[in-house]
Every structure is written in C-alpha cells, then in structure tokens.
Design a protein around this ligand. Structure first.
Ligand code: ACO
Length: 312
C-alpha cells in the first residue's frame, strides 16, 4: 500500500498572545467559564501585516527545512483554509512565490472546514500517485480572528490564528482514510467574502453532539479498514476544538487520555491548522518515533469529517 510518511513539520503562531482575561474586553465572559467549557487558556491573534498566507509561508519554510528535501522534488503544494485572505491568490500560490518553489506543479487551496487537513492529506496522496515527484507540501493556515464576531461570546472565545505545515513522502506504508460531509448551514456557518455576515456562527451544542458521534465513527472506520485495534495506535491526533470533546471521545473508546495529544489550552481552535500544529509540537517534543501509528481525525464546518491512519 502506498501511504504517506511525514518527513518534516513546521508551525507559525502570531506573536500576539490573547488570554481569557483579555477576551473580557470584548464580551461578558470569564477565564473560569472558558477553561471549564473548552480547556482554552490562551490563543494567538494576527496583528496588522500578518495574514493567513504569511503564517502559512513561515510554517511551510520550517517544514521544508526540516524535511531536508530539494524543492525541485515537490510534486504538489496544497493549502487548507476557511479564512483565506483573498479568493486569489491562494495561500498555496503565495507560498510558491515567497519560497521560490518550482512553478510547474499544482498549487491550490481547499476548504473543508476544520477537516481541511485530512481532506488535504488524501488529495495530496492522489496527486503524488499521479506524479513523478515523491514529495508534497501540505499547509493548514487560518486567521479566524478576522472572521469572528467579537460581540458573540459563544464563538469569539473559542477560535485562534495559526498555521501548521508538513512535507509528506509517498512510500510503502500503512494508510487508511475516511472523508465525508453532510451539508448544513444551521450548525456552523462562516459568511466569508462579501457576505453581509462574514462571521462564524456556531450552534455549540449541536457541534459538540456531532463531534462526539462522528469522531469515534471515523476511528472505528479507520481501524476496520486497516485491521488494527485501538491498542495498536500510538497517538490519536484529533482536531483541537474543545478539550471536553477530546476527553469525551477518549472515554467513549475506553482509551487512556494520554494517547490523545492536546494543545488546545494554548491555541484555541485553529480549524484546518490545528492538526499540523499538533504534529509539529509532538515532533519537537520527541513524542513521535519512527514506526509509530497515528490516527488523525478532523471534523467541523460543512459539516465535514475526515480521518487518516499514518505511520510516523
Ligand atoms: N462566557 C460566558 N458564558 C458564555 C459564553 C462565554 N464565552 N458563551 C456562552 N455562554 C453562556 C451562554 O449564553 C449560556 O448562558 P444561558 O444558560 O444563560 O443561556 C451558557 O453559557 C451555556 O451556553 P451553551 O452554548 O449551552 O454552552 P456549552 O456548554 O454548550 O458550551 C461551547 C459552548 C463551548 C461552544 C460548546 O458547545 C462547544 O465546544 N461546542 C463545540 C464547538 C466546536 O467543536 N467547534 C468546532 C468546529 S468549528 C469549525 O469547523 C469552523
């Protein structure tokens, strides 16, 4: 089976750190409410001059450096985002320009809500299967602070800005995937370009219920496809939407919480960037060892969901 090996990772968080107490300048909230309902303690917001693409470029540069590959061997570059700065140029094509990457390969962004990175992984694999180049660059980048309603306390305390990137190689390795969607605009809605309501609207409890049903379903689907058991998985890397969702999933599966990496306390929900940011942190901390099996699962706006089994 041709799977994807991650050779290098990178992340970029804006310098501006915003605490839960800082959010009280915008809405009637408290550190205690945000911590206990979500696990979030801080998030990063872009300052003037920073953008979705600029965060993506920095994360991508690090991932390429750490992978130690020649950019000439890249077969594709995919950006995953729900908060692109402009309809065009895309994050991916800005990365091409700013990093001087080879021109004659595909560069494009995809939007699959917070599942974007999982959609991106599978699309990237498909592109590499058709390419004579072995490597691809995949970047999740978001500036959700720019599509947030700072008068809505149900959403503005939850999201943050950031980018994560991975360089993957197509090679013989275990691989399984699942992707899906159920069209709905009454659970999560992001107005976007030219909309009268460009902001994120979210029915928190409906999203929560969707997540705690769909994430275990994805995990069982991936295990079923690969013939592995829960105990065979070294790390579960879930979209960082809410600590309570991750804890709930671990409990439902009967798995120790320590196998579920969490960093939501520091960054909030960074949508398509959350899983590659987590992978970069895990690599930096030496938590990931070659040969370990990872299950990554995302879920979110669309509604969408996606999962992948990877070997580190
Ligand atoms: N501070 C203080 N109080 C608040 C805040 C806040 N920031 N936000 C809401 N409240 C209040 C509400 O007004 C409500 O008050 P009331 O009882 O007087 O009416 C009370 O807290 C409870 O509100 P709920 O919305 O029921 O709170 P809940 O316990 O469901 O927590 C939350 C809300 C944290 C959003 C939770 O539902 C959640 O995490 N859902 C999942 C979100 C998610 O995972 N999103 C990811 C996908 S997003 C994407 O794909 C772009």
């Amino acid at each position: 089976m041709k799977g994807l090996k991650i050779l290098g990772t990178g992340r970029c968080l804006p310098d501006k750190l915003v605490t839960n107490d800082d959010m009280r300048a915008f809405v009637d909230t408290s550190d205690e409410w945000i911590r206990t309902r979500t696990g979030i303690q801080t998030r990063h917001f872009c300052a003037e001059g920073e953008s979705t693409a600029s965060l993506g470029v920095k994360a991508a540069r690090l991932a390429l450096e750490r992978a130690g590959i020649s950019p000439e061997d890249l077969g594709a570059c995919v950006g995953c985002t729900v908060s692109s700065d402009t309809a065009a140029p895309t994050v991916a094509s800005t990365i091409q320009r700013d990093l001087g990457l080879p021109k004659h390969i595909p560069y494009f962004d995809l939007n699959a809500g917070c599942s974007g990175f999982l959609y991106g992984l599978h699309v990237t694999r498909g592109l590499l299967l058709q390419s004579d180049k072995p490597y691809a660059l995949l970047v999740g980048a978001e500036t959700l602070s720019r599509v947030m309603n700072f008068q809505d306390r149900g959403t503005c305390v939850i999201f943050g800005d950031g980018a994560g990137a991975v360089v993957v190689k197509l090679e013989e390795a275990p691989y399984a995937y699942t992707l899906g969607a159920e069209g709905s605009d009454d659970v999560i809605y992001i107005g976007g370009y030219g909309s009268k309501e460009p902001y994120i609207h979210m029915e928190g409890q409906k999203t929560f219920r969707f997540a705690v049903e769909m994430v275990p379903w994805c995990i069982h689907e991936l295990l079923g496809q690969s013939g592995l058991k829960l105990e065979d998985i070294d790390w579960f890397v879930l979209h960082q939407a809410n600590k309570r969702i991750i804890d709930h999933v671990a409990k439902k599966l009967g798995m120790p919480g320590e196998r579920f990496y969490q960093n939501i306390a520091h960054y909030g929900n960074t949508s398509a960037a959350s899983i590659p940011i987590a992978l970069d942190e895990m690599a930096e901390q030496g938590l990931l060892k070659r040969g370990q099996k990872l299950l990554c699962v995302g879920f979110g706006a669309g509604l969408t969901w996606g999962g992948a089994l990877l070997e580190w």
